[in-house]
Ligand binder design. Structure first.
Ligand code: CA
Length: 161
């Protein structure tokens, strides 16, 4: 069997300059420019870890299949690990490809949220108290974008590169 390789592309949809990598650790360079990686082809059985900084530092994103748009981690990769998947590929669920916390992220200010609840209540008596009560009832997780969301789901990145 030939050595499986991943292919990196500087543009989305497998365009731009490209580079192929075998299994290994690429601490400082991987054939295309630093902070340029935009799409990647990954054959079955390989796992690719993209790292935000050189020497595998910074935040990481793990991918196990072809990814035409890196979205939240677009143009941020500075080092890469290519390794064999140790679990059967067929068992790998979609949520493997999540990359929350790296890339753009929206945080809502509690004062803004309260303000919009207040305006939707239209100035009823005791609105301030009602808003505090309603806001207090919202679970913490809902007040911030904290959950894992795959790059496919993320609409924040619209450009190709
Ligand atoms: Ca790019």
């Amino acid at each position: 069997m030939s050595d499986p390789q991943v292919t990196l592309f500087s543009d989305s949809k497998y365009r731009g300059s490209q580079s192929t990598l075998s299994i290994g650790r690429y601490a400082t360079g991987f054939g295309i420019s630093n902070d340029a990686l935009s799409s990647i082809k990954i054959p079955d059985g390989l796992k690719v870890t993209l790292c935000e900084h050189g020497n595998f530092e910074g935040r990481r994103c793990t991918l196990i299949r072809d990814t035409p748009h890196l979205k939240g981690v677009n143009d941020t990769t500075s080092s890469i690990i290519v390794e064999r998947l140790t679990t059967p590929t067929v068992a790998a669920p979609d949520w493997m490809q999540y990359c929350r916390r790296w890339g753009p992220r929206i945080t809502y200010k509690s004062s803004d949220v309260k303000g919009s609840i207040k305006s939707s209540l239209g100035g009823i008596p005791y609105a301030d108290k009602a808003v505090d009560w309603i806001y207090g009832a919202i679970p913490e997780e809902a007040k911030e974008e904290n959950g894992p969301t795959g790059p496919w789901m993320k609409g924040a990145w619209t450009n190709d590169e």
